[in-house]
Write a protein that binds this ligand. Sequence first.
Ligand SMILES: [Fe+2]
Ligand SMILES: [Fe+2]
Length: 350
Amino acid sequence: MKKNRQYTGANWNVPEDEFTQSFYEQNLSQFWRPEDIAMQADLNVWHILPKNVQDAYAENLQVLTFLDTYQGDIGMPVVSRSMPEDMHQAKSVLNFMAAMENAVHAKSYSNIFMTYMSNEQIDELFVWGEKNEYLQKILDIIVGHYRHLDKMTYQRNYNMQNVNFSQLEFEIAQYKAMVASVFLESWLFYSGFYYPLWFYGQGKLMQAGEIINLILRDESIHGLYVGRLATLLYENFDRELQEEMKKFTLDLLEELYEQELLLIEQIYDKVDLSHDVKIFVRYNANKALMNLGFDNFFDYEEVNPVVLNGLNTETKTMDNFSMKGNGYQKMKSEALADDDFYFEKPAINR
Ligand SMILES: [Fe+2]
Ligand SMILES: [Fe+2]
């Protein structure tokens, strides 16, 4: 039989770069399942909350659900598929992250809904998300970059006679999709995280807060990892193209920020927190830029200490048969620090 392509196996004995295997370890060591957190203990607090508060809380989790759904179904798989065929380790890390997004993160939001709300209320909430102009627009912008890259990947892999772009043009599309991915992971999630953290920081709705902290811990390494991959591409671009990509990044930030503000007001005005949430969102936009190797865009502002308290990654509750704190780990691993993911130089051993 005529062989038409060269297949290669994943050889974990030879690191593909200086960071992928560290991210592999970290991802697997912090694996968790939605059912690890029992939700019942939150019910006595949930049921006495006023309707406007319940609505804002549920709408936020719905925003997070939509973002995680698309990050799992499209975002991570597209970036994975776009990687060179023999970068099996990078693909495996991206695929693992993809599985977490929908199968663990989105599923966890559904578990919270199933505990707090009736079937009818849940159905209404999903319709709210489907009809929400700002959420839909945000997804359209982000997913647009994923789809564009995926079309090029498909052409490159399966429709070679119709390839009318260069390797550099492919890498530009790949870079843009990665920027969109980092914005989603390290920035856009945070308007939704704010409210559960605000409660958690005050000792309320603790089980949902534990879930949010576990998700946040995952998203933070996702944003760091894809940011590292993006930076590798960026460093190989010439000066002029780097400037162009930086401009693209800041333009995308402004485009998304405009929709974010509208979405925040729609959700948080009813609980008088929009002002505070916007500060938190600007703070995290700067963090996303940092993951991509860029300077801050927004000036430094003080974030609500209650929310920072809710962000505390120290274990707050311990495993007692049915309840697992955010210190829960399948395997032994250490808490993350920013410098765990600082690597001298982004050399690729390929
Ligand atoms: Fe996620
Ligand atoms: Fe993620």
